[in-house]
Design a protein. Structure first.
Length: 141
């Protein structure tokens, strides 16, 4: 005979897969905005602000460093590199400050999602530099 507690936990376990991914995505979105806010917080050290600015700019940029149409590598930055950068930066921010920034980010996310034009400009400049280097190596060598 199955107890009501075990059937409830089994149902929760079955529903937890997609719900877990959605919750993780919401947490990442909130933390990205919190990092964006950390750049302007005077309690955050300058080197953490620099890392937070780079991470938030890349996360909010509409352009990926590695385009998604490239097999495997295209999603590598979205699946591994960006979450690792977010986790590292969040660990460097003091817990009490990060708690406040997460609360403010949650309130702001109820409105509109921010976009970083500076991040987009940085990624475009990087791509143009890499393309220029490739042309120079192939054409002039």
């Amino acid at each position: 005979m199955v107890s009501p507690e075990s059937s409830t936990s089994e149902g929760a376990a079955r529903a937890s897969g997609p719900e877990r991914v959605k919750a993780w995505a919401r947490t990442m979105q909130r933390d990205i905005l919190a990092l964006y806010l950390a750049v302007r917080d005077p309690r955050v050290p300058w080197y953490v602000k620099a890392l937070a600015a780079a991470t938030a700019a890349y996360a909010l940029s509409p352009i990926d460093l590695v385009p998604d149409f490239i097999p495997v590598l295209g999603y590598l930055d979205d699946a591994l590199i960006l979450p690792a950068a977010i986790a590292l930066t969040v660990r460097l921010i003091p817990d009490d400050v990060m708690g406040e920034l997460r609360e403010e980010a949650a309130v702001r996310l109820a409105g509109q999602r921010p976009h970083s034009r500076a991040g987009a400009v940085g990624v475009i400049a990087l791509w143009l530099g890499l393309c220029s280097l490739l042309v120079w190596l192939l054409w002039f060598r």
